[in-house]
Design a protein around this ligand. Structure first.
Ligand code: ATP
Length: 321
């Protein structure tokens, strides 16, 4: 059974001056146990809003619609009270700036133990003991449980926030740019840790990142978002070599490679505003191969190969030809 089923997720924010902004428009995906799933796309395309919606952590100006089930249990329908029972227990998150997720005036051991106490999983002594085990699990000596966040380096703090997220043994871990602020060696260590956790503990992982090469190497599957929609989804390594959507192809062309074999090409123009209705394909104004029908019709995600979907009329015509 899939551990996550997200169907037709929508998020919109009411704006203070009236009007709304719609950063997530009908996102659907599923995750198998142990699966590492990448979510990529330009700034502002709705990646973070999508995963914050899964965790019920959006501000009160947000409205969330759609369905999200974790191991067969719907988590959105019951509102905040029911979400509180699932957050950290079934679905947890590692944030980009680990320091923001840690309380500077509490010891790290206390902070790792807190979700276990809050969810009634373990009482004080047992929770403290488990916190020490979790520290060891993420590569930090158990004795560090009595220290405060400022006593740790950036990479260590990111490990601490992973230990916190693991406290209740969630089925799904969401990670928003978990390695962006870290040097390459520490980044590699954190990725190794996340690989081990997914492979060995069976947790599914959603990784939000701008780092496309990382997604190709680290994730099993990935989705590309544009203007609040998924425009392509498939095996992560195929997205770079066999892109089916012009946006995916251009996004990879805009990514420098280590050997400098290919020139870096930026995508002209900017993503559309999300506070006005978009008619037709949202990528059409920037597309290098637009078709007439793209101006009026919205291409839907359709099969572009085994386990591969793309929302482009060109793909549709090749597949159905
Ligand atoms: N609280 C909010 N109120 C109004 N609009 C918001 C709010 N939070 C996010 N948005 C809007 O939602 C859109 C998507 O933002 P989001 O942070 O999800 O994008 P992203 O793809 O994660 O970008 P980045 O890669 O820069 O983190 C943006 O246009 C942003 O302005």
């Amino acid at each position: 059974m899939n551990v996550v089923e997200c169907n037709d997720l929508h998020v919109w924010f009411d704006l203070p001056g009236g009007g709304q902004v719609h950063p997530v428009n009908g996102v659907s995906f599923s995750l198998a146990p142990s699966e590492r799933y990448g979510l990529v796309g330009e700034s502002g395309c709705g990646k973070s809003t999508t995963i914050l919606a899964l965790l019920g952590l959006l501000p009160p100006t947000a409205t969330v619609a759609g369905s999200v089930s974790i191991a067969g249990t719907e988590i959105l329908a019951g509102g905040e009270e029911s979400m509180r029972g699932h957050r950290w227990r079934d679905i947890a998150m590692v944030f980009q700036g680990a320091m923001n997720a840690l309380n500077p005036v509490k010891t790290v051991g206390w902070q790792i133990a807190e979700p276990m106490r809050a969810h009634g999983i373990a009482r004080r002594a047992k929770a403290r003991e488990r916190a020490r085990e979790l520290l060891e699990l993420v590569g930090i000596p158990a004795a560090a449980a009595d220290r405060y966040p400022h006593e740790f380096s950036g990479g260590m703090r990111q490990r601490l926030s992973i230990a916190m997220a693991l406290a209740c043994e969630p089925k799904v871990l969401l990670a928003d740019e978990p390695t962006t602020a870290l040097d390459v060696m520490v980044q590699a260590q954190i990725l190794e840790l996340l690989t081990w956790l997914t492979d060995e503990l069976g947790m599914a992982l959603v990784l939000v990142t701008h780092d496309l090469p990382l997604v190709s190497q680290f994730c099993h599957r990935a989705a590309v978002m544009y203007a609040g929609k998924m425009v392509e989804e498939g095996p992560a390594d195929q997205l770079s070599w066999e892109s089916q959507h012009p946006y995916t192809r251009l996004l990879f062309s805009a990514t420098p490679d280590l050997y400098g074999d290919e020139p870096v090409v930026s995508i002209p123009g900017a993503p559309p505003r999300l506070d006005t209705e978009i008619v037709g394909c949202p990528f059409r104004p920037r597309c290098d191969v637009p078709m007439d029908r793209c101006a009026a019709e919205l291409p839907l995600l359709t099969t572009a190969g085994p386990g591969h979907r793309a929302a482009c009329f060109r793909t549709e015509s090749v597949v159905t030809a």
